[in-house]
Design a protein around this ligand. Structure first.
Ligand SMILES: C[S@@+](CC[C@H](N)C(=O)[O-])C[C@H]1O[C@@H](n2cnc3c(N)ncnc32)[C@H](O)[C@@H]1O
Length: 259
């Protein structure tokens, strides 16, 4: 009887996998991984292979979405799929899980630390005050979605914070948070929206999960000129702040005192 286990790798390096995840990966007959939904900046596939004591077959987005190879392998063997962060957070891997389920292959998830909770925690914001998450993609002249700005606007209207994830490519490019903020400002100007202005206080976190994560907060025009540290990054647009959240943003992320 086969099995497909989704294992979270966590946020930064090979030490972020849980002991349960490590055990499940070591117990697997075949280990696959994907790094197109996110990236572990503090380690390499070779280091993970040494830790797991098994070769890892890294799948491209196309190969994973097709699913043929991994589902075939899981039909009669224990297969592990390593995924950065928590496997089902801000990914579409539930599709693969459902296809395995339909094929009669049992599935399991071993959760990992995720940017979805870590960004809030690092900034001292309360996770239950977040609204919908959004992602800013790499844009072109033809592809300029307004949905990220709309999500921020809807959340702010309801007094909620927004986690803004940033696109990455399989070739290893990461959208710079300043580029994403410029794009959001342009979209706001084009649509006459006040969901985001030069004066809006926003936060950027980077290298979360490393020994030196950065959390900075300031007015948008100020952050556009600041050093934002190395990838990975994401942005948080705060909504209404509890006094303790305000205190945390000022003390832990350098937000303006008149916030
Ligand atoms: C599509 S999400 C996938 C999230 C992942 N499944 C998780 O649970 O953490 C990937 C995006 O989250 C953000 N991100 C992920 N890990 C991060 C980290 N360690 N530090 C800062 N941002 C991170 C980046 O914007 C990245 O492009």
């Amino acid at each position: 009887m086969g099995e497909l286990v989704f294992i979270g790798l966590g946020l930064f390096d090979e030490k972020d996998i849980t002991l349960k995840g490590l055990e499940a990966a070591r117990d697997a007959d075949a280990v696959f991984a994907e790094f197109y939904t996110s990236s572990l900046r503090g380690t390499t596939v070779e280091t993970l292979e040494l830790l797991i004591r098994k070769p890892i077959r890294v799948l491209t987005r196309k190969e994973l979405e097709q699913g043929t190879e991994i589902l075939e392998a899981a039909r009669d063997r224990r297969v592990a799929l390593l995924v950065p962060g928590d496997p089902m957070a801000a990914t579409t891997h539930v599709d693969l899980r459902l296809r395995a389920h339909t094929a009669g292959i049992p599935t399991r998830i071993v959760h990992g630390p995720s940017i979805v909770s870590a960004a809030a925690g690092l900034l001292g914001l309360q996770s239950y005050k977040f609204g919908r998450t959004t992602t800013v993609p790499f844009t072109t002249n033809e592809f300029r979605p307004t949905s990220p700005l709309e999500v921020i606007g809807e959340n702010r209207e309801r007094g909620l914070h927004t986690l803004v994830l940033l696109d990455l490519t399989e070739g290893g490019e990461f959208l710079d948070p300043r580029e994403a903020m410029r794009y959001l400002l342009e979209t706001a100007r084009e649509r006459g929206s006040d969901a985001l202005t030069q004066e809006t206080v926003v936060c950027i976190v980077s290298q979360v999960g490393s020994s030196d994560p950065k959390a900075i907060s300031g007015r948008l025009h100020d952050l556009l000129r600041r050093d934002v540290g190395r990838p990975l990054h994401c942005i948080v647009v705060p909504g209404e702040l509890h006094f303790m959240e305000r205190d945390a943003l000022i003390k832990l992320a350098g937000a303006p005192k008149d916030l």
